[in-house]
Write a protein that binds this ligand. Structure first.
Ligand code: ZN
Ligand code: ZN
Length: 582
């Protein structure tokens, strides 16, 4: 073997031995320079690919790339793929444009990797350009390119085009199905995600763990417990290993669907737990008002030496806020700064003010705002403070807070509603009128509330006072009967929580037709006696609905679970799990 060939094969062997380890790769590179092998296209391609896999910097990847003398399509493609896979999406796209500039033709692999890079950067504009390259170069029907396009459009939020490409695919791989499901789920269209999953089942395509994670997240959003449980059974039946991601998705699904004990069972069975899993469990307890359990899991987490992050602390603090555990919350807030050097963000400040305010420590809350928050006070902090003023009937302080809030966000209708409710609770109908006309002059409308109830496999949506549901007549008739029965056992409708825009008598009617009441009546009509009723509501429940549900749980002898914007309420035998602390 001549010396050049020997040097080449030596360098090649060292590269293989080094594998994707940067320190070793730097050494091999230095050796290549010394032995004159640093201009070999094949060796440099290999070195570059391994360096990307090893997580090299963008600068090093670029330097290596420039040093390759004759770049061919194979080199470009290998490098673009390695860069796209290794979290260097900008470099991947840069190399892709160099490739096109040098007149080389991209392959299906090049296009797929470049589209993935666009997805990671959420660059829809560039993604569209790559899409048109694919079409003009005859890759329109390439299933790898198509699947990558579905994922890219989904991640960029263009679901219409994602769906178009998806529908055009004659044969859909599991990757394409997953991309379409994830696209809908990540953009908050959970119901559509579930429909695609149903189609996938009908097409008899085997779901993989990635499918399960996306569909479980969709179930969490929808509160679709039945489907979530079915997926869990399927995972167990198929013997799919419960990885960290899958386990966390299950914990989140059970917690958000109102089955926190099942979430705990999954959590306990997980062999390995990372910060995301621990945080999901803490948040799960928190949203059900199990503050002490949340604090307990948090201390177990610290003992296990898993380092909490700032999201963990949001979960802990909000759990304390929902359960009135002020001293635990104060400890956690100190711990995050002292033990973990985490700087409190707006979310943590909101939790603190919420916690102090709810517990009636309004002065401490004001003091916290004045001393602990540097710079501008986030609007969400003022919202929490105003909520506390409403809760404890502090009109003067509330007015002061509202001034800050309306200055910060003058076009958020929710703030006006909150202020108006504060006045209404204090009996200041004159001021309610003023707030109402302020809203009107700004052209603001109350965010419409809705409630969802799942019966069989179908979700039924109710809006306040709507008459769209095909069984409206029957539902309204049932409602009359129910209201009569409720009054018999002592329920008195409250009306101050409705924005005072209706005459007294009509107002009572409006409260009666709040969406969650319609949903509960429908649930009572359509489900068997032993089954609990589960409802999902997009806004915070009003106090009248909260009281009414307690009475309903008594006279119907049913368990009712309502997940509102902030937390879960489990109504049973006239009591709510939140102990009226919400
Ligand atoms: Zn209500
Ligand atoms: Zn409650």
């Amino acid at each position: 073997m001549d010396p050049i060939s020997r040097a080449y094969s030596l360098a090649h062997r060292s590269l293989v031995r080094a594998g994707p380890h940067l320190k070793h790769l730097y050494q091999v590179h230095a050796h290549m320079v010394v032995t004159g092998q640093h201009r070999s296209t094949t060796l440099l391609t290999k070195l570059l690919t391994l360096s990307c896999m090893a997580g090299c910097t963008s600068a090093y990847a670029h330097q290596l790339f420039v040093s390759v003398p004759c770049k061919d399509a194979f080199l470009y493609t290998t490098v673009i793929r390695a860069m796209a896979k290794s979290n260097l999406p900008e470099d991947a796209l840069h190399s892709y444009s160099l490739m096109l500039g040098s007149g080389l033709a991209p392959s299906s692999f090049t296009l797929t990797a470049s589209i993935k890079a666009c997805a990671d950067l959420a660059m829809l504009f560039v993604g569209r350009a790559v899409h048109s390259h694919a079409v003009t170069r005859g890759f329109r029907s390439d299933r790898f390119v198509q699947a990558a396009l579905v994922a890219m459009y989904g991640k960029c939020g263009d679901l219409i085009t994602a769906r178009q490409v998806f529908d055009e695919m004659p044969e859909k791989s599991v990757i394409a199905w997953n991309a379409m499901i994830a696209g809908y789920e990540q953009n908050g269209l959970a119901a559509e995600a579930v429909v695609i999953y149903d189609n996938m089942e009908q097409a008899r395509v085997e779901p993989d763990p990635a499918t399960m994670v996306s569909v479980l997240s969709a179930c969490s959003q929808l509160g679709a417990l039945d489907l979530g449980e079915r997926l869990h059974d399927l995972i167990l039946k198929k013997g799919i290993a419960i990885s960290l991601t899958l386990g966390t998705a299950l914990i989140d699904m059970y917690a958000r669907c109102g089955r926190v004990h099942k979430a705990r069972a999954v959590f306990d069975k997980m062999q390995q737990k990372n910060v995301v899993a621990w945080t999901a469990m803490i948040a799960g307890y928190g949203m059900h008002g199990f503050g002490l359990e949340a604090v307990q899991v948090f201390s177990e987490m610290r003992i296990s030496e898993t380092r909490p992050n700032d999201v963990t602390f949001i979960a802990v603090l909000s759990a304390c806020a929902h359960a009135g555990l002020v001293s635990h919350g104060l400890d956690a807030f100190k711990c995050m700064q002292k033990d973990y050097y985490l700087k409190p963000r707006a979310e943590h400040q909101v939790c603190m003010v919420d916690m102090l305010g709810r517990a009636g420590h309004l002065e401490e809350a004001v003091q916290f705002i004045n001393t602990d928050i540097q710079g501008e006070v986030p609007a969400a902090v003022w919202t929490a403070m105003l909520g506390a003023c409403k809760m404890h009937n502090k009109l003067e302080l509330g007015e002061e807070v509202a001034e800050h809030l309306l200055q910060a966000e003058p076009n958020n209708s929710g703030h006006y509603v909150l202020l108006s409710n504060l006045y209404a609770a204090a009996g200041r109908t004159d001021k309610v009128e003023i707030v109402r006309s302020m809203m009107k002059s700004r052209g603001l409308k109350k965010q419409p509330g809705y409630s969802l109830i799942e019966i069989g496999n179908q979700a039924h949506l109710f809006c306040m006072g709507d008459r769209i549901h095909p069984e409206t007549m029957e539902i309204h008739a049932e409602m009359e009967v129910l209201m009569w029965k409720l009054r018999e056992v002592g329920y008195i409708p409250e009306t101050d929580s409705v924005l005072h825009e209706l005459e007294e008598e009509e107002r009572e009617v409006a409260v009666m037709f709040h969406s969650e009441k319609l949903a509960v009546v429908y649930g009572l009509m359509k489900t068997s006696h032993e089954k609990p009723i589960r409802i999902l509501k997009n806004l915070r429940m009003c106090s009248d609905c909260h009281t009414a549900m307690k009475f309903v749980s008594v006279i119907s002898e049913r368990e009712i679970t309502i997940r509102d914007k902030h937390r879960f309420h489990h109504f049973k035998q006239g009591l709510c799990s939140c102990r009226d602390y919400w």
